[in-house]
Design a protein around this ligand. Structure first.
Ligand SMILES: [Zn+2]
Length: 207
């Protein structure tokens, strides 16, 4: 199994090795001994970047394997990985903001159902039982109040699952990338809170 270095490291460059590569359906792919690239999944988009000087077009999970779809066919052997640091930082900020919205929702008596932390299309969806959710402005105050506490990220393994939280806040099982401490998120903007039957969708962005 490939080592998922991004679970434990915020580095965006390292040495690795291609253990296998090939072509399928007109796309070239490489599998690495260890990778810094976060694949698309868990509500987070894939990292971009380069393997040596070859652009990584997408990063996909295939069972336990991570496929790096590359611009051209790369032979097995040692390589240098470079993750697009700006794109990674944006994804980590959006994703971490999603955690805080989840935390606020739980405090309000809602149950987090699913989430998507994509640039310009970020949202957290909750199931609602009895309590009607507050307006966007109240959510925004609550989440930014937590951001201002600048709590540090905490990662751990619990019952085989990677758990990620901030300070004393509840941790969530999560395979994504996150900011080191909450102030790195910046300001969270709650764009809308939409209620439909028993679901509440909180659309958000970061400034
Ligand atoms: Zn997460």
């Amino acid at each position: 199994m490939q080592q998922r270095l991004y679970y434990l490291s915020d580095e965006t460059e390292c040495d690795s090795a291609i253990v296998s590569s090939g072509e399928q359906d007109g796309r070239f792919f490489a599998i690495l001994a260890a990778t810094l690239f976060h694949p698309q999944g868990g509500g987070q988009l894939a990292d971009g970047g380069w393997i040596d000087d070859c652009k990584v077009l997408s990063v996909e999970s295939l069972g336990e394997a991570i496929l790096h779809v590359t611009e051209r066919l790369l032979p097995p052997g040692p390589v240098r990985l470079r993750v697009d640091a700006d794109k990674r930082a944006l994804h980590s900020r959006l994703h971490s903001a999603g955690h805080l919205i989840g935390t606020v929702g739980i405090d309000l008596g809602l149950r987090p159902d699913k989430a998507q932390h994509w640039p310009e299309a970020s949202r957290v969806v909750f199931r609602m039982e009895e309590t009607a959710p507050p307006e966007a402005g109240e959510w925004e105050d609550k989440v930014n109040h937590i951001v201002a506490q600048n709590l540090p990220r905490q990662c751990g393994i619990q019952d085989g699952a990677r758990m990620v939280g901030f300070g004393r806040l509840p941790a969530f099982p999560c395979g994504g990338t996150h900011v080191r401490s909450l102030a790195d998120i910046g300001r969270i903007r709650i764009l809308s809170v939409k209620t439909k039957k028993d679901t509440v969708t909180v659309n958000y962005d970061i400034l």
